[in-house]
Write a protein that binds this ligand. Structure first.
Ligand SMILES: [Zn+2]
Ligand SMILES: [Zn+2]
Length: 230
């Protein structure tokens, strides 16, 4: 079945966001929920899908452990989750954040953290887009979990990779310096860093390193989707 995102009702409910059949409280119909590319056996550190016979860490995390301690991701970044993320991120369809956060909330149910922090956007990107999709996810997750969240303490000081930074080492150095902790108080001990998609993990590594420098003892990543290894 070819599924394309379609416009929902005004509140994002009633009609399935993917196929327009009657939706349940998730914002999708039962068939579309059942068809979502849910992740099962993944690396406990970075949520990379693993063969069921493999242990619980991927080769990369064994060789070079990231600064974050664990990752929880609901889905593989594949059809139709990529359509949903595009609708949220590039078309500003904010009810999709509630739908995706509802799915992620089920994945992280029972996790104990002190603070949710959305992956920040650089202020230029934020001005361009008008909202941070990770903050929209955080807002909805906070409603599900009752956990506090904050957008203002972790700040992105670099917009991202520029074409001129062709040198790999230079790019790595810049991504390492991409974040600052700006709160007057140390970072709480256990933090969940919330993002829409975890791709290479380089940005999450840098953000986690900043949170640890700021006092966090444990940083886990909560992502709607994980890009499988290509
Ligand atoms: Zn449907
Ligand atoms: Zn891994």
């Amino acid at each position: 079945m070819c599924k394309k995102f379609r416009q929902s009702g005004a509140r994002g409910g009633d009609i399935c966001l993917l196929c327009r059949a009657p939706a349940n409280e998730s914002g999708l119909c039962a068939d579309c929920v059942a068809d979502l590319p849910r992740l099962t056996h993944t690396c406990r550190r970075c949520a990379l899908p693993l063969e069921t016979s493999e242990a619980d860490l991927c080769g990369e995390c064994l060789a070079s452990p990231p600064r974050f301690d664990a990752t929880f991701a609901s889905f593989s970044y594949a059809d139709p989750v990529d359509h949903l993320v595009t609708e949220l991120k590039y078309r500003g369809h904010l009810p999709v954040a509630r739908l995706l956060a509802g799915q992620l909330a089920a994945r992280v149910a029972g996790r104990r953290v002190d603070l949710l922090i959305p992956m920040p956007l650089h202020r230029d990107r934020l001005r361009e887009r008008g909202f941070n999709q990770a903050a929209e996810l955080c807002r909805a997750l906070a409603r599900h979990s009752g956990l506090p969240w904050s957008t203002s303490k972790l700040v992105r000081t670099r917009a991202g990779q520029s074409q001129r930074e062709s040198n790999r080492r230079e790019r790595q150095r810049n991504v390492r310096r991409a974040f600052e902790w700006t709160a007057p108080l140390p970072c709480p001990a256990r933090v969940a860093l919330v993002d829409d998609v975890l791709t290479t993990g380089a940005t999450a590594r840098a953000a986690a390193a900043t949170l640890k420098q700021a006092g966090a003892e444990w940083v886990e990543v909560w992502a709607v989707a994980r890009t499988p290894k290509r």
